[in-house]
Design a protein around this ligand. Sequence first.
Ligand SMILES: *Cc1c(COP(=O)(O)O)cnc(C)c1O
Length: 329
Amino acid sequence: MVVLADILSAAKTIRGVADATPMVPSATDVGGTLWLKLETCQPIGAFKLRGAVNALAHLPEGAAGVVCCSTGNHGRGVAWAARERGLRAVVCISALVPEAKVAGIRALGAEVHVAGRSQDDAQREADRRARAEGLVAIPPFDDPHVIAGQGTIALEMLAQRPEIDTLLIPLSGGGLAAGMAVAARAIRPEIRLLGITMERGAAMAASLAAGHPVAVEEVASLADSLGGGIGRENRHTFALCRDLLDAVVCVSEDEIYRAMQALYHEDRLVAEGAAVVGLAALMAGKLAPSPAMATVLTGRNPDMAQFTRVISGGDVVLGAVTVKGVRHG
Ligand SMILES: *Cc1c(COP(=O)(O)O)cnc(C)c1O
């Protein structure tokens, strides 16, 4: 179980290393104030550093190194935190992870292994290497230290803007949503907590609808960081998301595309598709606005060739699907 005390403790652990990102109001018109928590300003360009730093601070004595599977940003966070501690880091990814994210992980000195076409394949490879090479596995979301680390974002947001009445939380495996929800519900019980994800290949949304963890087919998405399953043996995030989120909202690739454009042209910010799903849901009218909403710009590590096509209104090919280009404004 993860409780507020764990998140307060994580906040102490990561202080001065992976905390204190700015929060700014969005310039995009969404029918109410929308605060943007800029986790894009983390040293690795994504919030996952929080969970990774907290998890690596709790390694068993004498650990030889760490291993993880990742859609990109968790691997980057683990690689960064391992380098700080002088530890070996091994990151297992699927072939769906964009090259830009792979390069970012390698640049931090981690070993990257590509295994299969899905997060489940990458997870199996990480498990195998943990056993074979005596490495400690750092799960991308279903781990109490990782959840507590991500939860520190909500502590900061509610301290920065106590009037926030709604949190729009990008949702994949649910480490971010679970941690933030534990903190926010404890501090402000009446706050509205919404998980936001993409329509295609969203495992947590499908699992919450089914009432138990289910697998979904993994497909290419502008929100590539939201891909992957939640694990059939999910121990923490499924129950926390089920018990603490008020609802889950799903956005289409076209809606993500337009939100990436708006964030760039109106707010002058670069972010990946996974980061803009909250803004996308509001722009698409998929949830009722309120006076003081906030979302987390979770990461700024897109494939830049794809990103420049989006902001300039070009077509984007995602596997079997093409997002038809449209110019902003
Ligand atoms: C990992 C990630 C998410 C989702 O986090 P979960 O804890 O898996 O739900 C959202 N956005 C970005 C950029 C990420 O890297």
